[in-house]
Design a protein around this ligand. Structure first.
Ligand code: MLT
Ligand code: ZN
Length: 461
């Protein structure tokens, strides 16, 4: 890296806020995808003024900057390339007062999502974005990737739950976007443009989050259903939508996922019969639901069900769903896809995606899980024991050449929630037209004329 640039950085940041020892920098080079990165220098600013000065310096010297937080991303969005500066926002972790009147809280980009939940809980409120990575992911990253999570069916994505952002542009200008207004009809919505832009348009430094009352425990239950086949999924979803309760989550997973959670994490299901697919239905409400359960269970596609009403049982059932990412990763080499198709088509799409994988069944196994109720199935491709990394990668590449055209036929999206980052970039044209990508590039150039912000992520120049 240019000596004059490093001298400038050293003048902006105190010594403990600029890492350069390889062992200190290494953890900041990549994210949960473990894609290889090379962080030679890591800036750890404490406040917005430092972020602004660092970005102005990067812009002056044309140095690429990779913003990051908890680095729990699953698309390689925080992976650092050669001669790029890692800009980690973890130290901007302030938690402001909760406003009961406005039902908002102002937090720093580096605030850990679970810490925000705990902070707001004291006021009987919560930020309703619930992610399996909540113990390490940060608000800045949640917003920069427009995170989804486990209760999108009830609350929607992260972008719905923010009323103001403080961001720093590539030239170091600090912008306050939307100033906490609930209604603001004055031209382009720059806040929403930054949300989901994966650090390519501006760096988020603070956010005002919208809060909701903690979900009442009244009648709250989690039900685990075992299903014979994919066809049972749309049936159960439609029946649940007609049920005498509010759906808080409608998640699904396949038998190999359950097997992985059992063997790798030693968690048990409490069902007495096995299915090929499972649904976790979380519901709330005080209307009697016994009649509903009886009628639903009479369907021949439903094999078994377990109703968890105590908090310990609910936690156990959720533990199966929340343990999938970790246990699949422990099973073998994984290639992850978080796809999106119209909710009415998820089961058909998954059946076609399974048929398309038959030729490769010796080199890769399919693990299906995810957010059925949001039309957001995850397909994880996993290497069976004995298959080498090159064999697995080749099979995945060839399978993806079938999967993405199929997805396009279903008018789906290559990423429902993890983002495009580095890993999905090559597939972006399956979800975005050349005309849209042209607009993307024009917006990028307008906000980041030297293209220094998260270079090489989402799309290329
Ligand atoms: C999930 O739904 O559990 C997350 O998106 C993480 C993953 O896909 O592994
Ligand atoms: Zn997910």
């Amino acid at each position: 890296m240019n000596g004059a640039f490093l001298n400038k950085l050293a003048g902006i940041l105190p010594a403990d806020a600029l890492l350069s020892a390889p062992e200190d920098c290494a953890p900041y080079a990549s994210d949960w995808t473990r894609t290889e990165g090379v962080a030679e220098y890591v800036a750890l600013p404490r406040n917005t003024a430092q972020v602004s000065a660092v970005l102005a310096a990067c812009n002056e010297f044309g140095v690429g900057v990779v913003p990051s937080g908890g680095r729990t991303g699953l698309a390689g969005g925080a992976v650092v390339g050669k001669s790029q500066l890692a800009l980690n926002l973890s130290r901007l972790n302030q938690l402001g007062d909760v406003s009961q009147l406005a039902r908002t809280v102002r937090v720093g980009a580096g605030a850990i999502t679970q810490a925000v939940h705990a902070h707001c809980e004291n006021a009987g409120l919560t930020w309703p974005i619930d992610l399996a990575s909540k113990g390490s992911c940060q608000i800045g990253g949640n917003l920069a990737t427009n995170a989804g999570g486990l209760r999108v069916i009830r609350y929607g994505m992260a972008r719905k739950w923010v009323t103001a952002l403080e961001v720093v542009t590539s030239t170091g200008k600090v912008l306050e976007l939307n100033a906490d207004l609930e209604k603001n009809n004055t031209g382009y919505d720059l806040l929403q443009l930054v949300v989901g832009s994966e650090g390519t348009l501006a760096v988020i430094t603070q956010a005002t989050l919208k809060l909701v009352p903690l979900a009442p425990d009244l009648g709250k239950a989690v039900c685990l259903f075992a299903l014979k086949d994919l066809g049972g999924l749309p049936y159960l979803f439609e029946a649940s939508r007609k049920g005498p309760f509010e759906i808080l989550a409608f998640e699904f997973f396949s038998q190999p996922c359950l097997e992985a959670v059992r063997t790798k994490l030693n968690r048990q299901s409490r069902l007495s019969k096995e299915g090929n697919y499972y649904v976790l239905l979380e519901l709330a409400g005080d209307k009697p639901r016994e009649g509903w359960f009886e009628s639903v269970l009479a369907h021949p596609g439903l094999v078994d069900a377990f109703l968890a009403e105590s908090s310990e049982d609910r936690r156990q059932v959720w533990g199966l769903r929340e343990g999938i990412t970790e246990s699949v990763a422990l099973t073998g080499r994984v290639r992850k896809h978080d796809l999106s198709v119209p909710v009415a088509k998820v089961a058909d799409f998954l059946a076609d995606a399974e048929a398309a994988a038959l030729d490769f069944s010796a080199q890769m196994k399919l693990y299906y899980f995810g957010h059925f109720g949001d039309g957001s199935p995850h397909i994880n491709l996993v290497a069976p024991v004995g298959v080498t990394a090159p064999e697995f990668d080749r099979a995945c590449d060839r399978y993806e050449e079938r999967l993405f055209p199929l997805l396009q036929k279903y008018r789906g999206s290559i990423s429902s929630e993890h983002g495009v980052g580095l890993l999905k970039k090559k597939w972006l044209s399956y979800s975005r037209s050349p005309e849209e990508l042209h607009v993307f590039r024009s917006i990028k150039t307008a906000l980041d004329p030297k293209w220094i912000l998260n270079p090489g992520k989402v799309f290329d120049r």
